[in-house]
Design a binder for this molecule. Structure first.
Ligand code: H53
Length: 833
């Protein structure tokens, strides 16, 4: 149906076309109207939650106007677009960000105050959109902000989970998971019930001859599930560009199948089918850096890839261009291997549905895709069992085998005397059962593969993907070091610091070009500037102290050194090293005389992070932290000298309170294991110093800010293999200071020692894979240096200011521009031109 209104009738439309508010008066008008009509409330029963909804709806109106214009403009201009495929988008809250991005937060603050509300209370009503686990999901969210800010025509594609990452509660020291049902009155999404795609699973493949006598394949008799689009507008900062994030929700298809059952009186079974279909988009898998090979996860992946590809292809076909132009119009970025099936799906569409020849199709596919790898950890690398795929996606498995065959033939031709290389690089691992190696498929199906920090990208080339470098040459592999959006992670999280910087730089341009931060370095000796800088840190620490008091009941001294480690709990991130260090500190304080205690720098050790529900060791670490907190915090011999805090349910909105409040934060993964890390950047950008290993982006942070401004410790990545070897083949002795810590644990000082025996024995008896013992001494020594440095507050302040001034490189805008230039080949489109 042609839905476009004929020209003669458009006048009435234009006259009444929605307009956007800019003044306080108008904001108040929109707000009251929404409260009274959309929400059916009044000034007699408008609480903070209703005020949140009213404000959100007023801003939503504005976003949607810009969103419509942007989409129309992008469609009309028809230049190349980027599609960012990610199973996770860890967006956090939207309202504050929307107000800041459109530049109307002050207007809203004044308006809300006129109407009887405090803007902070209103903002705090919002539920986080937590459709992600950790770094990978948050990176996708930063991409969305940056792509819109830089005016790139870009869409995100993801899944609309009914349940995001679980809420974490701590009960008797243990993590308990509570489902996060977040969709009730979420004003930020627009259901597009008219935009649906039928997705097939199971079934079988039949061969047939077309009219030209060609043998083609058809995938038949499967089960159909419907994908429904939900759109989320993504406003850029200081631009009219408002991009789209499209999330797919699953529903049973209203096909004949159900009807037959229904008519046959099998109502219950028809409902069960319905529920089974809805299960696909029901829950986010709560694992970070861990793949467990569950069928439902594979279903999620295909469902989302197929719906997104159908949508992209449908849009392309409207332009009536030749297929060969597809890669000139479309770049698709794969966030990790989770969307690798999109490669296979596009090949399937082109050869099975559109009738292209294999080679022509494959050349289009490889020019279209780029693949980002985020980890070298073996347990995080996706492999799918061949029988599972055979059953669920029979046609795709055939195509994978075909891709593999052609690939291996080409390898054999180039390396005729190397038999081993074929089995090493084969997409199919010859195990029982056979497995599809998704990373290899992603490399073969993309034109560029990137790692997320220099060390990580180098490791990819020298270890995991070494053979592929030999085959394709080094140019297919590149590095784009991660970044963060300064809008959320400076301006929104730390408004006062942002304002101070703006005052010195004569405006907020640095939020769009973070390298301008270097201009604050000249104020490092400016007395007033330094005082204000210190006052801001203090205020941020007080804000966190209030949060800690409200959530844990503990009082913490704001003059103490705040030492923070917040991130997913994982053995490779080594929260166990941190808590062992805390125990060591506790034991040392207990052994001190009153005189010695006077010299101790008071410390608050703050932890936060979720463990995957099935990751027992990670849960044990949480348990130990909480038990240590229990003992230490109540010990009168220690008092203010040491407090241990576990902040429950760490998420994006809590990160916005925590990051600006740290004095030092910990990024202490075993060298060579962390892809990049991004919270390291958030802490430094907010004037916190860091203690870290030579891993991930820590190395580049050091290069940028100078090694005198960071506390590095521990063994290097190049030595890890040897050290691990030594644990098994003699030459290993447990670090004596760590032994003292273990003795305390074994004395039941922190509760029943058997609760923690897995933790100690993994180090003492099972090879200490993460090299906790090897790094312990250097860790403790470096913390002593941290204490000493903190005693010289003037020096500390200088380090803090200098570091912030040198953080420009870590802006997500630099990252986005690098992807745009070296991987996507897309240009910005200013929608106001
Ligand atoms: O991705 C971040 C990195 C971080 C890395 C993380 C990540 C996940 O959160 C999940 C799966 C995965 O393979 C990697 O661990 O180092 O900063 C963004 O690139």
């Amino acid at each position: 149906v042609e839905a476009s209104i004929p020209e003669p009738l458009r006048e009435a439309w234009r006259k009444h076309s929605a307009s956007e508010f800019t003044s306080k008066e108008d904001f108040e008008k929109y707000f009251v109207r929404h409260v009274e009509t959309t929400l059916a409330r009044s000034l007699y029963n408008c609480d903070d939650l209703a005020a949140y909804s009213g404000t959100a709806l007023a801003f939503r109106d504005r976003l949607i106007i810009e969103w419509n214009r942007t989409q129309q403009r992008q469609t009309f201009t028809d230049q190349k677009r980027v599609y960012y495929l990610s199973l996770e988008f860890l967006m956090g809250r939207t309202l504050d960000n929307a107000m800041l991005n459109v530049g109307l937060k002050d207007v809203a603050r004044d308006g809300l105050s006129d109407l009887g509300f405090r803007i902070e209370d209103v903002i705090n009503q919002e539920h986080d959109a937590a459709l992600g686990n950790g770094g990978l999901g948050r990176l996708a969210a930063c991409f969305m902000d940056s792509m819109a800010t830089l005016n790139y025509p870009a869409w995100g594609y993801g899944l609309r989970y009914r349940y995001g990452i679980f809420k974490q509660e701590i009960v008797n020291g243990y993590q308990v998971e509570i489902p996060d049902y977040w969709l009730d009155n979420n004003p930020w999404e627009f259901p597009r019930h008219e935009i649906t795609v039928d997705i097939q699973f199971y079934g079988n493949v039949k061969k047939y001859q077309d009219e030209n006598g060609r043998i083609l394949n058809s995938w038949e008799d499967g089960e159909i599930v419907q994908a429904i689009a939900y759109d989320v507008p993504i406003p850029g900062y200081g631009t009219k560009t408002t991009n789209n994030l499209r999330l797919w929700s699953s529903k049973a298809s209203s096909g004949e199948f159900d009807f037959q059952k229904f008519n046959a009186g099998d109502y219950e079974s028809a409902v069960a089918d319905q529920q089974r279909a809805e299960t696909i988009s029901a829950v986010l898998y709560p694992n970070d850096n861990l793949e467990r090979g569950k069928e439902l996860r594979l279903k999620q992946q295909y469902f989302w890839c197929a719906a997104s590809l159908f949508d992209i292809v449908r849009r392309f076909k409207k332009t009536k261009r030749a297929w060969a132009e597809f890669p000139d119009q479309i770049a698709i970025q794969l966030n990790d291997t989770h969307p690798t099936l999109a490669i296979v799906e596009l090949q399937r569409i082109l050869i099975d549905m559109e009738g292209l020849e294999w080679d022509e199709a494959w050349s289009i596919v490889t020019k279209t895709f780029g693949y980002t790898n985020h980890t070298v950890l073996p347990e995080a690398l996706e492999k799918w069992s061949v029988p599972l795929m055979q059953n669920l996606l029979p046609r795709h498995l055939q195509i994978i085998y075909e891709v593999n065959l052609f690939f291996l033939q080409s390898v054999e031709k180039r390396f005729p005397n190397d038999r081993d290389i074929l089995s090493r690089v084969s997409i199919i691992e010859e195990s029982h059962p056979k497995m599809v190696r998704m990373a290899y498929l992603a490399i073969i199906g993309s034109h560029k593969v990137n790692g997320v920090a220099e060390l990580h990208s180098d490791l990819l080339k020298s270890t995991l993907f070494k053979d592929f470098v030999k085959i394709y040459g080094p140019d297919r592999f590149t590095n784009v070091t991660n970044g963060i959006t300064p809008r959320r992670w400076l301006h929104q999280a730390n408004p006062r610091l942002s304002a101070l910087i703006a005052e010195k730089l004569g405006g907020y341009d640095f939020l769009k070009d973070l390298t301008l931060l270097d201009k604050i370095e000249v104020f490092v000796d400016d007395k007033a500037f330094r005082e204000e800088w210190a006052a801001i840190k203090r205020e941020n620490k007080l804000r966190l102290a209030r949060h800690i008091k409200a959530t844990t009941g503990y009082d913490v001294n704001p003059n103490a050194l705040f030492d923070v480690q917040v991130k997913r709990i994982h053995e490779y991130k080594r929260q166990q090293l941190n808590v062992f260090g805390v125990i060591h500190r506790y034991l040392s304080i207990k052994a001190m005389s009153a005189e010695e205690k006077k010299k101790v720098v008071p410390r608050v050790s703050i932890f936060g992070g979720k463990a995957a529900p099935g990751y027992w060791m990670a849960k044990t670490i949480i348990h130990l932290i909480n038990n240590v907190a229990d003992v230490v915090n109540k010990d009168p011999e220690v008092g203010d000298l040491l407090k241990v805090i576990f902040i429950a349910d760490y998420n994006v909105s809590k990160a916005e309170i925590i990051c600006p409040a740290s004095d030092i934060s910990e990024h202490i993964s075993t060298a060579g294991t962390e892809g990049s890390g991004t919270s390291n950047m958030k802490f430094v950008l907010n004037g916190g110093l860091i203690i870290g290993t030579c891993d991930g982006a820590n190395i580049e942070i050091t290069r940028e800010i100078g090694e005198q401004n960071i506390f590095l410790f521990g063994n290097l990545a190049e030595d890890v293999e040897d050290l691990r070897h030594r644990h098994f083949y003699g030459g290993f002795k447990l670090d004596p200071q760590l032994e003292r810590v273990f003795d305390a644990i074994k004395d039941n000082m922190f509760g029943d020692k058997t609760d923690f025996s897995a933790l100690t024995s993994s180090i003492e008896e099972h090879g200490d894979y993460y090299l906790v013992s090897d790094d312990f001494n250097s860790y403790i020594t470096t913390h002593k240096m941290v204490d000493e440095a903190f005693q010289n507050q003037e020096e500390w302040l200088a380090k803090s200011i200098t570091s912030v001034a040198r953080m420009g490189f870590f802006s997500m805008d630099r990252v986005t521009n690098e992807y745009a230039d070296s991987i996507w080949n897309v240009e910005p489109l200013d929608v106001t031109d």
